[in-house]
Design a protein. Structure first.
Length: 90
């Protein structure tokens, strides 16, 4: 195999060569799809900072974890419910 040029898109290469390497192509597509950004972790730390305030400093760590989990998933749950409502009205 020849080397992939540095500025080429690796997903395109895997699309062209997936028949030759089916298992590796599936694995590569899975890992190459992960965004190279810290935004999700920054969002989680921001949410934790907003949840764990001075007034809540005596909360048990498990309760803080639960609050952060519920808060983080509230937006996702609302989006799913709204999509279901839209689907029912069509």
């Amino acid at each position: 195999m020849t080397r992939i040029p540095t500025m080429s898109n690796p997903l395109e290469w895997w699309a062209r060569n997936e028949k030759q390497f089916p298992r590796l192509a599936k694995l590569a597509k899975s890992y190459l799809a992960i965004p190279a950004t810290s935004t999700p972790s920054e969002r989680a730390f921001s949410l934790a900072g907003n949840t764990f305030t001075r007034q809540r400093s005596s909360l048990h760590p498990a309760h803080v974890d639960a609050l952060i989990f519920f808060n983080a998933n509230q937006e996702r749950r609302t989006r799913i419910i709204n999509e279901e409502d839209i689907g029912e009205s069509e």
